[in-house]
Ligand binder design. Sequence first.
Ligand code: ZN
Length: 44
Amino acid sequence: MGYVCGQCGVEVQSIAEGMVRCPSCGYRLLYKTRDPIAKTVKVD
Ligand SMILES: [Zn+2]
């Protein structure tokens, strides 16, 4: 299960229990990303 930082938006693949923190900026709010919100769609 992946997470996305609520501040800088970096993707976090896994976090340890009790260590919910962005490895990039240190923000403590991460959103779960079960379903991809943004999809890349090519339109010609
Ligand atoms: Zn962050």
